[in-house]
Design a protein around this ligand. Structure first.
Ligand SMILES: Cc1ncc(COP(=O)(O)O)c(C=O)c1O
Length: 450
């Protein structure tokens, strides 16, 4: 999602004549087809996709295994009564439990990331008897009311009170250290300070902390070594459950099935979404058999119209099969190294690139006015992003207040070498053109937020 979308422009008026505008600057042309890493608009123009749709199409758009899975479900069953299970649901639950450690061996299948986080939050509240939920500055958890309460990147203003008992920790941002005096030598002091604040404000009814292992909308924040170990231990000391939200990071993007494997920290509850459905709405929540039994005894209820639906489960099975068959974890690391090398080379030539960071095929590029002051340059970033789209490359810039202006680069893991290189070349040309224009045209012309 993109913070600070343009709410006033009339440029999209013909497209949105019958649509409610929801806070995104829209691509000027409808997209007629999506295949692999390439989108084709209604005029037949191709656009390379460096965002995997909305960070979901990790195995590429319309992968033949996904379309076959949909066809299979159409022959068998698409949707059932919530009290009925089907072979694909049982198979996907077994498959996920087999990929996860025993401490996360019980799963429930839902649809969106926000819905999975709602379920995770409710599970934590019921299990602990508390209600205080802590998130992260810059974190994204979803747009429904409970998830929005711990969604600190954007979209909070104007909707009245959030859930009670909400707090946010500072993101462990090495480039913009929240604890200024340790800047330059990133350690885990920000976790100590954050928990000191929580301890000062708690009413004692703590329930959980929810975190993205690598914060994405918040600017691709990779925490320092030992950070998650420290945070998990602090949660355990305080009786808080530790929830990892792996909407964007699970199933290959960081070169592992799950990002928590990178950090060596297992959550008490795991939220999975986006990348599990490969473009269809499918999410899951996983926890231990012990917690599940406790919740069952306490009458945990989270019945939805599409809980345990067979069609998305069939698609989830196909996504996990492709992840393994096409060796996408290794591919993410290989292509990620190529992407990092390309971005670092751009950084060497363009002063506006203050930082390049990330893991595998989730890379962040921070745009600044000045490398010394690190003042963010969202207007320039938006102008280049727009130029990229005109030149055939779909890029996403996140402009979260005070955290900077960061391109979030996350192409499908199946992107070819030629496509990746073409995308980098377009980015290079777009930067050069916008910088050249900047001398001759008004700076304000580029100052429309994305
Ligand atoms: C980390 C994270 N969690 C949850 C969500 C919400 O998922 P959804 O939009 O499917 O509700 C998002 C969406 O961007 C996300 O990035």
């Amino acid at each position: 999602m993109t913070a600070g979308a343009d709410h006033t422009s009339t440029a999209n008026a013909p497209l949105t004549q019958h649509l409610i505008r929801y806070g995104m600057e829209l691509h000027p042309k409808p997209i007629a087809a999506a295949k692999g890493a390439v989108l084709t608009d209604v005029d037949g123009r191709e656009i390379l996709d460096f965002t995997s749709g909305q960070m979901c199409a990790t195995i590429g758009h319309n992968h033949p295994r996904i379309t076959a899975a949909i066809a299979k479900a159409c022959d068998e069953a698409i949707h059932l009564f919530s009290g009925m299970l089907s072979p694909p649901v049982l198979a996907l639950a077994k498959r996920l439990a087999g990929m996860l450690p025993p401490s996360l061996g019980k799963v429930m299948l839902l649809n969106t990331g926000a819905e999975a986080n709602e379920a995770a939050i409710k599970m934590a509240k019921l299990a602990t008897g508390g209600f205080e939920i802590t998130g992260y500055a810059g974190g994204w958890a979803g747009m429904t009311s409970g998830a929005l309460s711990v969604n600190f990147a954007a979209g909070r203003a104007g909707y009245g009170p959030m859930m009670p008992g909400i707090a946010a920790l500072p993101a462990p941002n090495a480039y913009r250290c929240p604890i200024r005096h340790c800047c330059g030598k990133c350690d885990t002091t920000c976790a100590d300070v954050g928990f000191d604040m929580l301890d000062a404000t708690t009413t004692g009814a703590r329930a959980a902390l929810i975190a993205e292992p690598v914060e994405s909308v918040g600017g691709i924040i990779v925490p320092p070594d030992g950070y998650w170990q420290k945070v998990k231990a602090k949660c355990a000391e305080r009786g808080m459950l530790f929830i990892f939200d792996e909407a964007q990071t699970a199933f290959g993007r960081l070169g592992r099935n799950f990002a928590f494997e990178h950090f060596g920290v297992e959550p008490d509850i795991l939220s999975l979404s986006k990348t599990l459905g490969g473009g269809l709405p499918l999410s899951a929540v996983a926890t231990s058999a012990e917690l599940e039994a406790d919740l069952y005894d306490k009458h945990f209820t989270h019945v939805t119209s599409h809980v345990s639906d067979p069609l998305p489960a069939e698609v989830g099975l196909a996504v996990l099969a492709v992840l393994e068959e096409e060796n996408l974890n290794a591919r993410a690391l290989e292509m990620g190294a190529r992407l990092t090398a390309g971005l670092t080379e751009l950084q060497a030539r363009y002063e506006i690139i203050g930082d390049v960071r990330g893991f595998g095929l989730l890379q962040g590029v921070e745009l600044v006015k000045d490398r010394e002051t690190k003042e963010p340059d969202p207007a320039l970033g938006s102008a280049i992003t727009r130029r990229c789209a005109e030149m055939g490359l779909s890029m996403n810039i996140v402009t979260v207040a005070s955290l900077g202006a960061v391109w979030r680069i996350a192409p499908p893991l199946t992107i070819t070498v030629a496509e990746l290189d073409r995308g980098l070349a377009i980015l290079d040309d777009a930067i050069a053109e916008v910088l050249a224009d900047r001398g001759s045209t008004s700076r304000e012309a580029a100052a429309v937020p994305a």
